[in-house]
Design a protein around this ligand. Sequence first.
Ligand code: FEO
Length: 397
Amino acid sequence: MNNIRNLTDDLYYIGVSDRKIALFENVYPVKDGMSYNSYFLNDDKTVLFDTVDKSCSGQFFDNLDAVLNSRTLDYLVINHLEPDHSALIKDVIQKFPNLKIVCNQKAKQMLYQFFEFENDIEDNFHIVKEGDSIVVGKHTLTFYMAPMVHWPEAMVTYDSFNKTLFSADAFGSFGAINGNIFDLEVDFIERVSEYRRYYSNIVGKYGMQVNMLLNKAKNLDIKMICPLHGLVIKDNIGLLLNKYELWANYTPERDSVLILYASVYGGTQNAVEILAGELSKLGVKNIKMHDVSHINSSFVISDIFEYSKIVFASTTYNNSIFVKMENIINDVIHHNIQNRKIAIIENGSWACCCGDLIRDSLSKLKNITFIEGKINIKSSLKKSQKEDIENLAKELV
Ligand code: FEO
């Protein structure tokens, strides 16, 4: 049975939600599932915007058959070739051998990387470049390249009739669609944290490229955003654009302290608990603390995009940084975090070295201010070090 939704008179949502998936991209926990969004435009020509993940093929083709209603498919627009959106392209082409595949040259090259075609499909391609348009009836579709948001072939499509932006991975979120397809049908503010976690982990590394896309979007009159994951955005376009501008420029949203700690026998934890209390006494609100052994790093990356000041507190392990903290630090570096104030607390019962190693690693990031004079703990914090913790709290505020 099909499960399609009208977005306008002639634009349909034909995407699918996956509620069995545990790890999106085999790395990001998605306890609320994941949606793979696909859209269908029913004009003089019929247009499909992207497909869905292979795991959802049954529902997708039921939906596609329903919206086509015995018409043929004229155009398949490939905004993004990552397999969560492209897995069914080969099946679509086999079903509609005369359709035109609208994509850029890079997407065409990647299509041949992911698929082997039994038939020659060279004549099916309609290759587009920046600013090219196709007219499909009353709708005109214009294509804008969005390289590295999130893969090099990514592009977005603007429909000037509906003033709709098909935004590929941009403006997406983790989480399945629970019946409510539009942002105005949910408490959107509650969802922002998952938009942040999605953005920071999926495209957070590519702030410069996201800024290029935002500059293009500023020249378009956008009334609706149709991303490849998550809700269709109508009411919160301004809010999301503002968030993206902050995130793309690595500008903290919250002036507060995020404490990340790795503790084996509690000595390091004791120190950061005391630090958090001192921060609170000084008036810092919304202090957040994570034991890095018990949290998936995607949540930490998301919080680092939000918070202005980060404390890294770790024990020394195998003559290095405790492995869980080392993993987090590597992830932070890979996501290109910038513009943060950082404090370091190190612990070691002998040959303590992790503080300097943490600082060396994080020094690769741009515009980082380190609070000088790391706190060194030998196994457990001593009463004589209480003043050091108080001073660190003062430095942080
Ligand atoms: Fe949802 Fe980059 O794919």
